[in-house]
Design a protein around this ligand. Sequence first.
Ligand code: SAH
Ligand code: SF4
Ligand code: F3S
Length: 447
Amino acid sequence: MKGYVKIFTYGCQMNDLDSRKMYSLLARDGWEATESLKKADLIILNTCSVRQKAYEKALSNIGRLRPYKRRKPSLIIAVTGCIAQQKGRDIISRMPHVDIVLGTHQLHRLCEAVDEKREENRQVVDIRFNECIPSLDIVPEKAFMTPAHRAYINIMQGCNNYCSYCIVPYVRGREISRGHAGILEEVRGHAARGVKEIFLLGQNVNSYSGGISFPELLRRIDRVEGIERIRFTTSHPKDMSDELIACFGDLEKLCNHVHLPFQSGSDQVLALMNRQYTRRTYLGLIEKLRKARPDMAFSADVIVGFPGETGDAYRQTLSLIQEVRFDTLYSFRYSVRPGTGAAAIEDDVHPEEKSRRLSELQGIQRAITLEINRSRVGTTPLVLVDGVSLRNPGQVHGRTTQNAIVNFAGSPSLISSVVMVRVTRANPNSLTGEMEAPAAGKKVLSV
Ligand code: SAH
Ligand code: SF4
Ligand code: F3S
């Protein structure tokens, strides 16, 4: 045994998957995961830089590890993820208790870097960008995939879109896709060990170019026996092709939910953001998706207070929200990211006004979400059971194909099965129900 490791994860699902991959690499190399900071011999902070707040939080948490290092000088502290990529050696200059800084293309070098530090007491900084990203091919160990019936697969990394507010293209690099053969082999491997849901990840999954098109990749995964559900995130509206939209109508396993960020409802702001579509084309996509799959559920990201967002432009965002009626909306206050295009534009919406807009928008969305949830009372969706409720051990929770969370009375033995649940109550962010019967053809379990 080499020692104990604890990883802190910030940011998006890509970072979450990277952390599972890091735990897996280290486990194969003789490390054991721990939740105790005192016990840890290696602490990794897998950071996010997308908004100022995330950035500050991660930096202050790196700072807080200083006393642990003082008490145990052999402790190794590593910073990975998007801040590591953005700041490189600066992190160590500012915080000399950090030993390793690994960028977003260098995760596969983790064990090597840790050994170098241990054996030769050398600090390691590696933020080179590669032509390919070896860590895309790492399949996490089962122990680090929770719940065990859902497999996250990173099919591409990076972004070529350069939305003017966004730091992601600078910290994840240009788009690089993983070859389809490896992806399909991984999917078949998961299916063989009982995985039910495949969740494809990437900053821009629908611009995937790993030898076949993204819709073709979906079609091939749809044919893998044992897999019951397919999801993906995130998509860019400009790459939501007719062929991809058709998949939602044609592919039985592709879930009827899509996350399609729109960012603003104003054409003027969309142009300043370099989003490459208009309000009209976005609404056209929603319409086409609803035509392909009438019960489609939508979620999205939106930013308020982007430079130049007038009161009128902001109201256009509100009206788009009311028009589409998203099930879920992730809303953010604009914050300047250094080095991005928008950093050169004056951040002219007053912070208080940004907060006012954000809370008004969130209030409107809360009402829409609750109305949508209420409209589901009495329906009987199929729920893939994910786990036992934290608050009520007599209850389990799972997701519908539309990605709604449902809580209902049931035993832990239901985890990983698909059951039919009658929705009895709508909550602000979830549904409550009662189990009807195991879905046809699925394992029959007693409750
Ligand atoms: N690749 C994804 C996610 C990007 S980051 C996509 O293209 O949708 C997640 C969300 O953070 C973005 O969709 C955007 O809404 C928000 N975001 C990104 N940069 C931001 C900034 N500078 N200020 C506020 N929100 C930001
Ligand atoms: Fe950022 Fe835009 Fe790329 Fe998404 S599409 S990661 S928001 S630059
Ligand atoms: Fe954050 Fe990097 Fe993801 S900046 S949102 S962790 S791609």
